[in-house]
Design a protein around this ligand. Structure first.
Ligand code: ATP
Length: 379
């Protein structure tokens, strides 16, 4: 996007005048009294790539099924493009759903599978042919048009399923774990392909995943769900850097959590005493918690620096011993045990080969972090 593109187009959720494209308004869905969705509200904007993230059974698929019209909410409403979907059958909605299993017909060729999506549509033979050709080109599968699904790789089958979903030109595409069947390398490549295709066709995508890295890579915004409720909605950066609760902090990436209580609360900083550490935590922003409140402070492992030299600072440091080192190739994760018994994780980029690294097992080390890197969590 050019730098002159207004924020309201890049991030419409920041614009109070922008009209949501999808409005999920206090939707609940219960199965025999069990609330799979619990008073769930969310607005999604046109052309967003929205990812729903959450543990198994938190209600992600149920929400997609409610949007597609396969499930009727117990209460609440869904609006798409300003129209209440209450009385709309699945085929009357401008929505298509791509399932995890892809559900391709084994006896049909790639082009027949894709054309099948248009069976119910009042389109001429010529238009059907041209639409099938153009979506196969979009997903770069035109040269495989005559093959049957069993003659394709997992990634190619995934692209055919995507083509079949796109050929109907839905306004909203729902994707339920679309990359789950792919191996790691193909999955990473396909993530970028899918985002490129979504940008080219300009359709709103809502994707369910429980792979947080996938959501971080692909989404314009992420909704983190737990037990049928939305715990936080934000851009990948907001969710990662500013989780609003212990649940979200722990769910996204690795994180260190220190327990303590507020000893000073000023407009520009907070001090927190934690028995996990030998010194107070200084955070250079105010918190919602008053003096005396019990809080948790979250610090990402990559924000913690390790050194063998004693530190001369009053706050935000700890002394410990290296207990374990996890080698991940590009980075290593150090597990450092403090005097209190607390284990702190610190991620260090592998700038030199393992044999040459300055800190190793059983070394006494000093950890420190900057005041802006602590996040105070009150729930
Ligand atoms: P996963 O990541 O494991 O696919 P999910 O977040 O998609 O999980 P859902 O499939 O939406 O979760 O299910 C939410 C809850 O609703 C689960 O506890 C599930 O057992 C329950 N549930 C879903 N469908 C039905 C159904 N048809 N009948 C009864 N319970 C159901």
């Amino acid at each position: 996007m050019p730098p002159s593109t207004p924020l309201s187009r890049l991030e419409p959720w920041q614009d109070p005048k922008a009209r949501p494209y999808i409005q999920i308004d206090h939707v609940s869905k219960s199965y025999e009294g069990f609330p799979a969705l619990n008073n769930f509200s969310l607005s999604i904007y046109k052309k967003e790539f929205f990812c729903l993230l959450g543990g198994s059974g938190c209600g992600k698929t149920t929400l997609l099924r409610v949007l597609a019209g396969f499930e009727t909410p117990t209460s609440g409403h869904v609006w798409i493009d300003g129209i209440n979907m209450e009385d709309k059958a699945p085929y009357e909605r401008p929505v298509n759903m791509m399932f995890q299993s892809y559900a391709l017909f084994p006896h049909m060729s790639v082009e027949q599978n894709v054309a099948f999506g248009l069976k119910q549509e009042p389109v001429s033979k010529a238009e059907r042919k041209s639409r099938v050709e153009s979506v196969l080109e979009l997903v770069q599968m035109q040269s495989y048009a005559k093959r049957k699904p069993h003659q394709l790789s997992g990634g190619q089958r995934q692209r055919v399923a995507l083509a079949r979903s796109l050929v109907k030109q839905p306004k909203l595409l729902l994707l339920d774990e679309p990359l789950a069947a792919l191996d790691k390398t193909l999955r990473e490549r396909t993530q970028f392909e899918l985002v490129n295709i979504q940008e080219r066709v300009g359709i709103t995508f809502i994707m369910v995943t429980h792979d947080q890295e996938e959501a971080m890579t692909m989404a314009t915004r992420i909704g983190v769900m737990e037990a049928g409720r939305l715990r936080q909605v934000g851009t990948p950066n907001e969710i990662y850097e500013y989780p609003n609760s212990m649940m979200v902090a722990n769910f996204i990436g690795s994180i260190n959590i220190f327990e303590g209580f507020v000893t000073e609360d000023q407009a520009d900083h907070v001090l927190i005493r934690s028995s996990d550490l030998g010194c107070d935590l200084l955070i250079n922003h105010s918190s919602a918690a008053p003096v005396g409140a019990h809080v948790h402070v979250a610090i990402r492992p990559e924000k913690i620096a390790i050194s063998k030299t004693p530190l001369e600072q009053d706050y935000n440091w700890a002394k410990g011993k290296v207990r374990d080192i996890g080698y991940l190739g590009d980075v290593s994760i150090f597990h450092i045990v403090l005097k209190s018994g607390k284990i702190v994780l610190a991620t260090v980029p592998n700038l030199v080969r393992v044999a040459e690294r300055p800190v190793t097992w059983e070394d006494e080390v000093y950890l420190c972090w900057r005041p802006e890197n602590g996040i105070v969590l009150t729930s």
